[in-house]
Design a protein around this ligand. Sequence first.
Ligand code: UD1
Ligand code: CA
Length: 494
Amino acid sequence: MAAGKGTRLNSKRPKVLHQVGGRALLLHVIAAAKTLVPADRIYCIIGHQADRVRAAAEATGVRFVLQEVQLGTGHAMQELKAYLEARAKSPRVGYFVLPEPRSAASQAKHRELSEWLETAGLPIPKHLLVLSGDVPLIQPETLASLCDLHLAERAAMTILTAVPQDPTGYGRVFRTAPGSPEVTAIIEQKALTPAQLAAPEINSGIYCFETQALFEKLDRLSADNAHGEFYLTDVAAMLVADGRRVVALQAGSVNQVLGANTIAEMMHLDHAIRISVAERLMAQGVSIFRPETCIIDAEVTVGADTVIEPYVQLLGVTRIGSDCRVRSYSVVQDSVLGDGVTIRNGCILDGAEVGDGAVIGPYAHLRPESRIGEQAHVGNFCETKKTTLGRGSKANHLTYLGDAIIGDGVNVGAGVITCNYDGVHKHTTTIGDGVFVGSDSTLVAPISIGKGAYIGAGSCITHPVPADALAIGRAQQVTKEGWAAARRAATKKT
Ligand code: UD1
Ligand code: CA
């Protein structure tokens, strides 16, 4: 269920696209579901900003069911029921070719039709596992135990529960007797009587259903409650009234079933994920000083004996080798670092590759497609973009290298700039092995500098430089002896 707006967030972004641990809530939930069933057996109910949510989850391969107006979790399941029933009844047609889609709208229609054709006549599954798009920390093993219990108990409904420190805000699960697996009802927070307020066991919003038992009850739900919504949770008492078996399973850890309804709750979950990621890395031999100050996304990997200093962010699909050191205030996103790399303080790496033993920073900015070779140095206030810097090459101070292919053992002096942009197009600078580029030179691309050449400091290089040459492109120095003294004498007050 991912159709809700997330009113309590006060955000323009749909709730299930808010991120914890560097990944949208919904993508966490889909990832957990995919450990149990193939993606094409997962139905994602979307509604609020449906196109945006669909676009964010499309690549996972799940199917989508539209809940155009969001009248509650019970209504979400009514929409799923309508979809599955219509599909099951729809005849399996032979074969016909759809016209090539042109506009975005016709592409969407095309997709919908092809999916329908693909799945027409599919029987309704006997059991359903229902997950909430805003309960992201759920673990595969817990879902597997829930399904196992559901089948073993031959239950009509099996509810995943937990007993958190503060149950306020959640629906509460009432059992026939303490310790009994059997449930009598789920009661939403606003409908709790004063005596029930202290009830400790919460409904996680995650359930297994025998599909037909659920479907029979859905049409009879009423929206006569505090929110004016159709509550899926009301199905529990309705099934019990019919003499059907409704049971509950308490999750092993509370964090797994915490919901994210407010930004504060989201930040709490984010913290929980990041601490667990840091703990996983530390167990693998990574030293993380003050891990509570670091932001490490769930998919990041780090090799043993690497040291992460306080206030570091490792984001996206970053991979860091062994024996590296990432110093404070560096932000590394979607980048690959070899072994023994040093990232000094305050660096920003985005989509960069850094070879073994390279030293970056302090205060360097490696932008996408920067490939820094083994043992190379990129120092203070340097920026690179779409640039390869060869093995052992150095650009240590105040330099911009964009669209450049730089060989091995090159020395790029302080303040060197590759002028890669002519106002319309980007051009390439090629620098051969062993070149020395004097400080404050500008290399106007497209340009190439042959192996072993020297560029005099302060040059503006606009023509290719052959190997082993010296190129100087600056005005000749003029020295006028005695000029300053003469000027002082001439301007002396009489
Ligand atoms: C729900 C449960 C509550 C439980 C809590 C656990 C109900 C009535 N209550 O409350 O017992 O303790 O989850 O987190 O179910 N959604 C739709 N369509 C809708 C409404 C919601 O798809 O019309 C989706 C939301 O996007 C969300 C999920 O269903 O992912 C849960 O909805 P939400 O409104 O957050 O329910 P809670 O009030 O948290
Ligand atoms: Ca919720």
